[in-house]
Design a protein. Structure first.
Lengths: 169, 314
């Protein structure tokens, strides 16, 4: 077991991601932040809270997306669905998908499918806390990355939210 | 994550955990049905046949819509326009359909136990859409979903089933389900329409006075008088039935609380329920129909994925 980000580093990383999202992004009024259920929402909750702190008074469009019904492995295993909560249209918006760990890229593939059902966004970008960059199975890369990691398949990366640490097993 | 069963033949075979999984998944599908695009690609490679040996409006449309919302391919089969009228047996019909690579069978049949028979002889997953006077599991699931949605849960809820308990598969499935989920159940109706030993056999209360029953309950599920299943006179006239057991506005106003009114449809207006009650603000009859699609999507999704589907395709 190895700690990749400790509590302080995790807070700094989330704060940096929030700053980068403002720096690169279009106006917040045209941007929608979507946390991916279930674990990405933990990251997006913190990123959005940080954004709100940096831009007080501005309305931040924030939703939660569950991709269970869009998975490409329904044939192999069923997964319990979580709540999707997107109470606005994505038509013409810039969508920022937020997840905790980017690994094979299949979750993001499913998410790209799913968001089409809420309207046609003008642009979609991806923000992840950890990028396991050598294990991709699809041509998907993050636009905002908290920490890039070189890992092998037998290893596991987990964000321990109770201890506020990112750990490599 | 997997249900404990490969088929949905009846609520009797489900565990409380299965029921919770179905109802929770139905909640997520209900959200899907409120999106701009009300369709998900989940069952893109699944073919489902709807085998209806008995008439149906709501259930058949609801299943078909659920299948289409899940992107499954569907085939509709009704006995009137098929070779069943030439004398083909149930098993032959189904085996012929399955040889064309069908993954699931949704079946309604007037013989109790027909889907159970089929389940022993064919590899595809079977969903019972009502068999004779036995069970109608998806109706009970959507009723439970609607009760939970309206009142916040099932545990400890007091539900009365009113009317023709004897001939009602909806009643039996509802009793099994509500008892498994910790609700209290009462049946109310004329003695001739309530089986004699139902109280000890199924753990329900029996009440012959409708007003007392409604006073006791939180939710009243009013069942249809099934005229087509009665070959003997069990009450003297529809008018008399309405006077003694019809749910009327006046009766509801005489209670000292507001109860939720449900009906599985089709309604005999002016017999078991009056129009102003069926269309009134205590009624959730149309919400039941709406929830039916989400509940059936959940059932089809949970039965079609994972290992069960792989096994059926061998």
């Amino acid at each position: 077991m190895k700690v990749i980000l400790n509590q302080q580093q995790l807070h700094l990383t989330i704060s940096r991601l929030a700053h980068q999202l403002i720096e690169h992004g279009e106006s917040l009024a045209d941007t929608v932040f979507l946390g991916l259920q279930p674990r990405g929402v933990k990251v997006s909750d913190q990123v959005v809270a940080e954004l709100q702190r940096l831009c007080p008074g501005e309305t931040i469009y924030y939703g939660k997306l569950d991709i269970t019904f869009y998975r490409d492995d329904v044939r192999d295993a069923l997964h319990m669905a979580n709540q999707t909560d997107i109470p606005f249209s994505l038509e013409g918006k810039t969508v920022v998908l937020i997840d905790d760990v980017l690994y094979t890229g299949r979750t993001i593939r499913a998410a790209l499918d799913a968001i089409q059902d809420f309207g046609r966004p003008s642009k979609v970008s991806l923000c992840v806390l950890v990028d396991r960059r050598f294990n991709r199975e699809l041509p998907i890369q993050p636009d905002y990355c908290g920490k890039a990691l070189d890992t092998i398949i037998s290893q596991r990366v987990k964000v321990e939210w109770d201890r506020e640490e990112v750990v490599l097993y | 994550m997997q249900l404990s069963t490969r088929h949905l033949l009846g609520i009797k075979d489900l565990s409380p955990n299965d029921i919770s999984i179905i109802l929770q998944t139905a909640g997520q599908f209900k959200e899907v049905l409120q999106r701009p695009v009300k369709k998900v690609p989940t069952l893109r490679d699944v073919t489902i046949v709807n085998l209806f040996y008995e008439n149906s409006t709501r259930t058949r449309i609801s299943f078909e819509l659920a299948e289409k919302r899940l992107s499954a391919d569907t085939i509709n089969f009704t006995t009137g326009s098929s070779s069943v009228s030439k004398g083909e047996t149930l098993l032959d019909t189904v085996n012929n359909i399955l040889s064309m690579k069908v993954d699931m069978v949704v079946m309604r049949h007037s013989a109790s136990g027909a889907p159970h028979f089929l389940a022993q002889h064919i590899p595809a997953a079977i969903v019972n859409a009502g068999d004779g006077v036995n069970e109608h599991p998806t109706q009970a699931l959507l009723d439970a979903f609607s009760i939970a949605e309206k009142t916040g849960g099932l545990e400890g809820r007091k539900v009365v089933l009113v009317g023709d308990i004897m001939h009602s598969r909806v009643a039996l499935s509802n009793i099994y389900l509500l008892r498994k989920m910790g609700a209290e159940v009462m049946v109310a109706g004329p003695p001739t329409l309530i089986p004699k030993y139902i109280a000890p056999a199924l753990g329900v209360k029996v009440e012959y006075n409708l007003k007392k029953a409604l006073q006791w309950c939180d939710v009243a599920n009013v069942l249809r008088i099934q005229l087509e299943r009665q070959n003997q006179v069990l009450f003297s006239s529809l008018r008399e039935y309405n006077l003694a057991y019809g749910v009327t506005r006046r009766l509801l106003d005489s209670l000292n609380k507001e109860i939720v009114i449900m009906h599985p449809g089709p309604i005999n207006r002016g017999v078991e329920i009056d129009s102003d009650v069926a269309d009134g603000n205590q009624s959730i009859i149309l919400q039941q129909v709406e929830n039916g699609v989400a509940v059936r999507m959940a059932v089809l999704y949970l039965l079609s994925g994972g290992k069960s589907r792989a096994a059926a395709n061998v």
